[in-house]
Design a protein around this ligand. Structure first.
Ligand SMILES: N[C@@H](CCC(=O)N[C@@H](CS)C(=O)NCC(=O)O)C(=O)O
Length: 226
């Protein structure tokens, strides 16, 4: 049993929930409200000095960074999601790094400049948005090609590489990133989204996203009325 610190809205947190659900691991979920600054309290900074979610606690042991967390959970539960064979593991790490460093960074630019900037009340960065769109168009074909060659990202078995990418792609609809040109990604994603381990997490994330959208709409309406 471990404690997961996060928010339903965060896809990095969803990643940990997906992995935990697949492995049937029980956890306590502690909400850390980023909008209320709960990630900057001394208590939370003692768990993650970076002040970001997700993070976990298991007894005296604390860990942050979603990829480190899912690897730790898989390793400590001997899960086939992260096999110990060096070559299999290296390929999983390769796709996790590629997805997190390149695909997620590009999507984050879009997410920030289509949604988050409004929540933070800061200016939109059109250059950053354009770069995000350009990089997504550069990197997703590579993933699509890989998924034409194997059922899952790192071979024919479901691994942490799929969990990572699935979570990274979660905000696509909310930020109007159209995946329809990538038929293999669409089919792979649809297959994974049928699972109960996915749907329960998605339900909570959708409810959280709807709440934020309603708040933004209300704030917009309020500004219009002024
Ligand atoms: N690389 C980190 C990213 C964590 C991250 O950026 N989390 C966001 C929420 S999705 C956060 O906590 N943001 C709060 C902040 O930056 O102050 C991971 O994969 O865990």
């Amino acid at each position: 049993m471990f404690t997961l610190y996060g928010m339903d809205l965060s896809n990095n947190v969803s990643k940990v929930k997906f992995a935990a659900n697949i492995m049937n691991l029980k956890y306590d979920f502690k909400q850390v409200n980023l909008m209320a600054g709960e990630n900057k309290t001394p208590e939370f900074l003692a768990i993650n000095p970076v002040g970001r979610i997700p993070a976990i606690r298991e007894g005296d042991f604390t860990l942050f960074e979603s990829n480190a967390i899912i690897k730790y959970l898989a390793d400590s539960n001997n899960s086939p999601l992260y096999p110990r064979d060096p070559k299999k593991r290296a390929l999983i790490d390769q796709w996790i790094d590629f997805s997190s460093i390149h695909v997620q960074a590009a999507l984050n630019r879009i997410f920030f400049n289509r949604i988050i900037y409004k929540m933070m009340n800061v200016p939109k960065d059109e250059n950053s948005l354009a770069e995000g769109i350009k990089f997504v168009a550069q990197f997703l074909p590579i993933i699509d090609k890989q998924l034409a060659q194997s059922r899952y990202l790192a071979g024919n078995e479901l691994t942490l590489a799929d969990i990572d990418l699935l979570a990274i792609l979660e905000p696509c609809e909310a930020v109007s990133v159209d995946l329809s040109a990538y038929s293999k990604i669409v089919a792979w994603r649809k297959g994974l989204q049928q699972n109960a381990w996915y749907q329960t997490v998605r339900k909570d994330a959708d409810a959280a996203m709807q709440k934020v959208m309603a708040q933004l709409a209300n704030a917009g309406a309020g500004a219009g009325a002024r």
